[in-house]
Design a protein around this ligand. Structure first.
Ligand code: WTA
Length: 637
């Protein structure tokens, strides 16, 4: 890990070089990886189309970097430690050698099932080692994985499968989460009624939930592995990939329409996740690193699978939830495996705080050296608790700000090396050039200023396009400000030049660290037969960060309580439980401008309880609407 920054002076030097000589800077970092053929050109870019190419001409396979290259010296080192949902079930450890063997085996299964380079594979699995194996097996043969989080509904899966035209789905009979069993295969069966492109489904045995297996389409993971064993376990050499070949698609919510498929390509993503993993957390050989995310989100892709494994780290994955069997579960895991680095989300911290200190006070957390936070702004109280109770006041906290589209951390303290302030993401990593923009589209210079956060120069881990719709990528990220990548976040830069993320400036919510589009939830609610129209806004929620507040115009004859339940059920079926509104207020009308646009600003203020501060309502079609809504909202304050 020769690109690890070891001092603040080294950070400043690296930062300077990354701006003045970006190609040399990234070329030297990329030299730390294994290439089948070296690149001819480090960077070729414009943000107007956009067209971004890193390490052009380079040939490689990311799994050789995550697996094969560690075998010679570190083959017996644990790559994955797996802690099951039920603490009484045996845990599993896969060494690098074993993981490679299993990845080759399953890659052969994929080939036996007619999957080739460039084919899309949907993965809908619980947090078990086979999820990592499936992801890497796709990458091994150049198939493009599209992992769908296990909490999404059949409809969401169908939308994602159809958008990417996946040929194959990998799932399990069911998955365990706390006391619940998720009926994954049954949900996939429902989804596939709408999907023409899927030829095969590979089903892993996990929960032994009764399921139906469709002849000719569905096969068991275990049977397919046996077939490969009968073939004599042939080696599965890594497919030679071009630097810019697509590695995966991951769907994420935006402010409009359906979730879009963010496309990450091979070399840039590999270099960026490895570089950020090694630097942000200052990973040292032999350490145990535990990221509590689900691989269904970008954090899991970059910081359970690719980043840690490319650096030869030991990555701990956990199948369950932080409150099962009790709210001390994370601390039990830290103690059991002597975890050195813990990377989790503010929502988990807040929820565990609320259970009280008795679940943490008697646990041995002395192995912890570095803490990380991700997914949403961390409030001061949660930061302090994380720092004092979890880190015992001695562990640096990396508050990592980044997005699905970014591939890896953009603004974050480097643990123990650069300064930190609670609630601040602090300084950009070398290679990242932030800019704050004002309403007129000009860059705001100087410090102690706020604006919309953009990035003005490419970094290797950035998205290249949105699947099947390049125009949408251009519109969403590259059109708001000329020659800038627009993040959708607001940001404050302190007098010292430190960055503090202030939250989304668009119609994207962040609920328990999950990104949810308001339009998506509205569309789901509007599917309900008794709903005429709806508007969704976020409001501050003590545990989730943001809660979902729904204003709904319903037909007159409804029974409010019953319809509320039905609406929740509808959202769960169309999107998934994570998008269920916390509050549903029935209203007669919504505040609209004369041109018919809903004034969300006003609805947001009402949801936040800021009634004295509604702003200008003079452009409303009918100002009395607002009074009625305020009156109705009293019930929820
Ligand atoms: C928010 C998650 C404040 C932000 C990796 C961003 C954060 C969105 C932080 C991306 C943080 C993420 N501080 N806000 N440390 N990290 N966010 O795509 O609004 O699921 O735009 O990626 O989460 O969410 P996504």
């Amino acid at each position: 890990m020769s690109f690890q920054i070891k001092s603040f002076e080294a950070y400043q030097e690296a930062y300077k070089k990354s701006v003045e000589q970006p190609e040399e800077f990234w070329g030297e970092i990329a030299d730390n990886f294994f290439w089948k053929r070296k690149w001819t050109n480090v960077l070729n870019w414009n943000f107007s189309e956009p067209n971004i190419k890193w390490f052009e001409g380079g040939k490689l396979n990311i799994t050789e970097n995550c697996l094969d290259r560690h075998i010679y010296l570190n083959g017996d080192k644990p790559a994955i430690i797996w802690e099951p949902n039920d603490p009484n079930e045996a845990h599993r450890i896969l060494s690098y050698k074993q993981l490679l063997q299993k990845v080759e085996q399953f890659a052969t299964v994929l080939k036996n099932n007619n999957i080739r380079k460039g084919d899309r594979v949907c993965i809908y699995l619980p947090m078990v080692p086979e999820l990592v194996i499936a992801v890497l097996a796709c990458a091994r043969i150049g198939a493009i994985h599209s992992v769908v989080f296990g909490g999404f509904s059949a409809q969401s899966i169908a939308d994602r499968i159809n958008d990417a035209e996946c040929k194959l789905v990998i799932t399990a009979d069911g998955g365990f989460r706390g006391k619940k069993v998720l009926e994954l295969k049954t949900i996939v069966d429902d989804a596939l009624m709408q999907c023409k492109s899927v030829e095969k489904v590979i089903v892993l045995t996990r929960s032994r939930t009764p399921i139906s297996m469709l002849k000719g389409r569905d096969v068991w993971w275990e049977d397919e592995i046996k077939k490969v064993e009968t073939q004599g376990n042939p080696a599965c050499p890594a497919e030679e990939m071009d630097a810019e070949d697509v590695l995966f698609i991951l769907y994420t919510s935006g402010s409009t329409g359906k979730p879009k498929g963010v496309v990450h390509t091979t070399a840039g993503y590999m270099v960026y996740t490895g570089y950020t993993f090694a630097n942000t957390f200052q990973y040292q050989p032999g350490e145990v690193y535990f990221c509590t995310a689900d691989i269904g989100w970008i954090t899991g892709h970059s910081y359970i699978v690719y980043g840690p494994l490319s650096q030869g780290a030991t990555s701990l994955m956990f199948e369950g939830i932080p409150t099962f069997p009790d709210a001390g579960r994370y601390w039990d895991i830290v103690d059991k495996y002597k975890v050195n680095i813990l990377y989790t989300a503010p929502t988990a911290i807040r929820s565990l705080m609320a259970f009280g200190d008795e679940y943490i006070d008697n646990k041995d957390l002395s192995s912890l050296r570095v803490l990380g936070s991700v997914g949403e702004p961390i409030n001061q109280e949660a930061w302090e608790w994380y720092h004092n109770k979890v880190g015992k006041g001695k562990c640096p906290i990396a508050d990592t700000w980044w997005q699905t589209e970014n591939g890896g951390h953009l603004i974050t303290p480097i643990a123990g090396i650069s300064p930190e302030i609670p609630g601040y993401a602090m300084l950009p990593l070398p290679g990242v050039q932030p800019a704050l923009m004002d309403e007129s589209g000009a860059e705001i210079q100087g410090n102690d200023v706020s604006g919309n956060l953009c990035i003005k120069f490419p970094w290797p881990g950035m998205l290249r396009t949105t699947w099947g719709d390049h125009e949408r990528c251009k519109q969403t990220y590259f059109s708001t400000y000329e020659n800038m990548y627009f993040t959708g976040d607001g940001c404050y830069r302190s007098p010292e030049g430190y960055y503090r993320i202030t939250g989304r400036v668009d119609d994207v919510l962040n609920v328990s660290g999950h990104r949810i589009g308001t339009a998506e939830v509205e569309n789901a609610i509007n599917m309900h037969a008794d709903v005429v129209e709806s508007a969704i806004v976020g409001y501050p929620h003590p545990v989730k960060g943001q809660g979902i507040y729904a204003y709904v115009i319903a037909n007159h004859h409804i029974d409010a309580e019953k319809t509320r339940q039905d609406i929740l059920q509808t959202v769960q079926r169309i999107i998934g439980a994570i998008a269920k509104p916390d509050i549903i207020q029935f209203v007669q009308d919504l505040p609209k401008t004369r041109s018919g646009k809903i004034m969300r600003r006003i609805l947001r203020k009402i949801a936040e309880g800021e009634l004295n501060n509604l702003g200008d309502t003079s452009t409303l079609q009918d100002p009395t609407v607002v009074e009625a809504i305020i009156k109705g909202a009293e019930e929820f304050q």
